[in-house]
Design a protein around this ligand. Structure first.
Ligand SMILES: [Zn+2]
Length: 253
């Protein structure tokens, strides 16, 4: 029995739906009785991108079956769009937020680590089952641009990045998870995710002459990765990073 229902999407969900549905209510034909979950996923929207569903103005769960001419309002995880009093399908991950990024998001993973966020990122590609298992077992937010990966039913925390630009992707994450508040810039190794430590006194001797000169009297400004033996120091590389922090609204503590 074919019938039609009306869908209205809010906020950044409009990035994900076909043009006739963007920012306005639009009718869609449904071939057989379907749950809200099936209908929303039919738009290619993973469940982790939805915080609240309302049918005819009432909060519903994913399994609610749609009837003829009903109106469905679909809200993204955004504090301004999801009133606190409503039944929320989306749970905020514990803070500080932990991430696992798929193989295509290497630069984003590096930027997250630069801000101090524990981010699992592996090459070669560990594969979808491994990414999902890591997200579930360690309560991490799975980051991807693959809608099908994020539609996996067991996934609790996930984020579908919209932009292809890693700088813009950081802005998306900072807005959704309030990362500017909990960031600890330059506290974690960008290459291997290990928390940086203060260097051993002998480290200075292994660094380029210019760096040795500059930090001879203030070695405490250096940071060291005990896993991959990299040294980090304020310099031209950091200046560029500090420019990014400003753009993202993250304070250098
Ligand atoms: Zn390292």
């Amino acid at each position: 029995m074919a019938y039609s229902v009306i869908f209205r999407f809010y906020g950044h969900l409009n990035d994900l739906v076909p043009e006739p549905f963007r920012a306005r209510a639009h009718r869609i034909d449904i071939k057989a009785r379907r749950s809200v979950k099936d209908a929303v996923e039919g738009f290619g929207i993973p469940h982790v991108e939805v915080a609240r569903l309302r049918v005819n103005g009432e909060d519903v769960g994913w399994e609610r079956v749609l009837e003829r001419d009903e109106r469905v309002d679909v809200y993204p995880p955004s504090l301004s769009l999801v009133p606190e009093d409503g039944a929320t399908l989306w749970t905020r991950p514990p803070e500080p937020v932990l991430f696992v990024a798929d193989v295509h998001l290497g630069r984003l993973a590096h930027y997250l680590r630069m801000l101090g966020f524990d981010t699992v990122y592996e090459t070669p590609d560990p594969g979808d089952p491994q990414l999902l298992a890591t997200a579930l077992k360690e309560d991490r937010v799975l980051l991807s641009q693959d809608r099908h990966l994020l539609m996996h039913g067991s996934l609790q925390h996930g984020c579908l990045l919209r932009s292809r630009d890693p700088i813009e992707q950081m802005k998306e994450l900072i807005a959704r998870y309030g990362l500017a508040r909990t960031a600890r810039p330059f506290s974690r190794c960008m290459e291997c995710n290990t928390v940086l430590t203060k260097p051993e006194p002998t480290l200075l001797d292994q660094l380029p002459d210019k760096v040795q000169e500059r930090y001879r009297n203030k070695p405490e400004a250096l940071r060291y990765c005990p896993t991959c033996a990299r040294a980090y120091w304020p310099g031209s590389h950091w200046d560029r990073m500090i420019g990014y922090l400003r753009e993202w609204g993250v304070a250098l503590s």
